[in-house]
Design a protein around this ligand. Structure first.
Ligand code: SAH
Length: 264
């Protein structure tokens, strides 16, 4: 396998490039792609920048030019439901583009001419990812997140959620907006700006993907407060250690198309 790892912001991928063995660097389409070995897995790390077009371009390039066989997106997101707290982890079970609306020609959220509103990530890879996220919370969390950061962001007992992730070209920081999305999209757990674009590209190219998000904010009026501090001191650690865990797991027990990916 060759794993493509995408994040939107530089801070979301801190440490990963340094952890690569035998890295080499290639610039293509105004982005820097780093290829090498991450914990025995052949990997390509790249920053997509923010938004659906940027993410779609990056995912396509990873597949078409770098030959990745699987894609993992790691980053931060706003909470999509009141049961989801800052510091929790979300692993996408389905992804939707919440700003897609070609009604009345097509139903709201449907990507025209695909007949789809929801795109499914790979079942087997997502299961491995949630296992890595659970193990991270149980075994690494207290050690790697400093106590003052845990207190500052009130990270008591973070949890892992599986559910619907909605992406759009908007930073959602309005209580009414997030409530409306929560009502319109049953099972919503997170809002962000890239995941569903990557999921559509992967669906169209037949490449398995998975999306991991650390909840950085409540997608309401307080969303921008301390956003960058959270990304640097908390989310970067989550992404690094969960990626380490999933790479080790994949190296030890490679994904088997017939067993792990059933149902995609
Ligand atoms: N206010 C930030 C903007 C970053 S954009 C800043 O000052 O830099 C937000 C990035 O984090 C996107 O890549 C998106 O995927 C994710 N994200 C986190 N919280 C979000 C929210 N409430 N709404 C939309 N995207 C969010």
């Amino acid at each position: 396998m060759r794993l493509g790892i995408i994040s939107a912001l530089q801070e979301e991928q801190l440490g990963l490039v340094e952890a690569m063995r035998g890295p080499s660097r290639l610039i293509h389409g105004m982005r820097e792609y780093r290829t090498g070995k991450l914990w025995e897995i052949d990997a390509v790390c790249v920053l997509s920048r923010i938004g659906k077009v940027a993410a779609a371009m990056t995912a396509t390039t990873l597949v078409e030019k770098f030959g990745v066989t699987h894609i993992l997106f790691t980053g931060v997101a706003g909470a999509g439901d009141t049961s989801v707290q800052v510091g929790d982890i979300v692993v996408a079970e389905a992804l939707v583009q919440h700003d897609m609306d070609a009604s009345p020609l097509f139903p709201r959220f449907e990507v025209p001419l695909t007949g789809l509103t929801h795109f499914q990530p790979d079942h087997g890879l997502s299961l491995r990812l949630s296992r890595a996220a659970h193990d991270f919370l149980e075994r690494d969390f207290l050690e790697v997140i400093e106590e003052n950061e845990r207190q500052a962001f009130r990270l008591a007992q973070p949890r892992v959620h599986r559910g619907l992730v909605a992406s759009g070209d908007q930073f959602v920081n309005d209580g009414k907006h997030i409530d409306g999305l929560n009502q319109a999209l049953p099972g919503l757990v997170a809002v962000e700006m890239e995941g569903a674009a990557v999921a559509q590209v992967c669906h169209e190219l037949g490449v398995p993907c998975a999306v991991l998000r650390t909840i950085s904010d409540n997608a309401n009026e307080h969303a921008a407060i301390d956003f960058m501090r959270f990304v640097k001191s908390v989310a970067a650690q989550y992404a690094f250690h969960i990626t380490r865990r999933i790479c080790r797991d994949l190296a030890e027990a490679p994904l088997q198309a017939s067993r792990d990916s059933a149902g995609t």
